[in-house]
Design a protein around this ligand. Structure first.
Ligand SMILES: [Zn+2]
Length: 159
C-alpha cells in the first residue's frame, strides 16, 4: 500500500499516442517507459507537472491531461529516452546544471525543449493518422453490423 502510494497509479498511453510515440522512439524503447499519475509527493509543488527518472515519468496530475499535451509528452519522453536511459542525465548532473544556469538554461531542459519543438509537427501528423485509422475501424465495424445506406459515405474514407 505504501509502495503503491509512493509510486502513483500506472497510466498507459492511449493507443493513438502509443503508436505515434513508437514511430519516433521505437516500440521497444517506448514499452520500457512507465508513466505514473497523481503522484502524492508532487502535490505540494504545483509548478511541476512532471518529473522523470530512468524508465519513469511521474505526473502531479492525471495521465489523461498529460497525454493530451503533445509537446509536454515529447519533452518528458525525451528526458527519459534520450537523456536518462543513455545515462547522459543523472541527478547530480541535473542539479549541477541547475545551479550553474538555472532551470531554463539547464542544458537538459534546452535539449528537451528543442527536441519537442522539432518533433512536434511529425508527432501531430502521426496522431492525426492514428485517429483517422481508429475512426475508419469504427466505420468498418458499423458497416459489418449494419450495411445500410447511411454508412456507405463513411466507407469511402477507408483505405
Ligand atoms: Zn524538462
Amino acid at each position: 500500500m505504501v509502495k503503491y502510494l509512493a509510486a502513483g497509479a500506472i497510466h498507459r498511453p492511449p493507443a493513438g499516442v502509443a503508436t505515434a510515440l513508437a514511430g519516433i522512439f521505437g516500440a521497444d524503447a517506448l514499452a520500457a517507459v512507465q508513466v505514473r499519475e497523481r503522484v502524492w509527493w508532487l502535490k505540494p509543488m504545483p509548478w511541476i507537472r512532471a518529473i522523470t527518472g530512468p524508465g519513469r515519468i511521474w505526473l502531479r496530475g492525471s495521465g489523461d491531461d498529460f497525454f493530451a499535451d503533445p509537446e509536454l509528452v515529447l519533452h518528458e519522453y525525451c528526458h527519459v529516452l534520450e537523456q536518462w536511459d543513455p545515462r547522459r542525465l543523472s541527478v547530480l548532473r541535473y542539479l549541477g546544471e541547475s545551479l550553474r544556469r538555472g532551470y531554463w538554461q539547464n542544458r537538459f531542459e534546452v535539449e528537451a525543449r528543442r527536441f519537442a519543438a522539432r518533433e512536434l509537427p511529425g508527432f501531430e501528423r502521426r496522431l492525426a493518422e492514428a485517429r483517422r485509422l481508429a475512426e475508419d475501424r469504427l466505420a468498418l465495424v458499423e458497416l459489418a453490423r449494419d450495411p445500410g445506406e447511411q454508412h456507405t459515405e463513411r466507407q469511402t474514407h477507408t483505405g
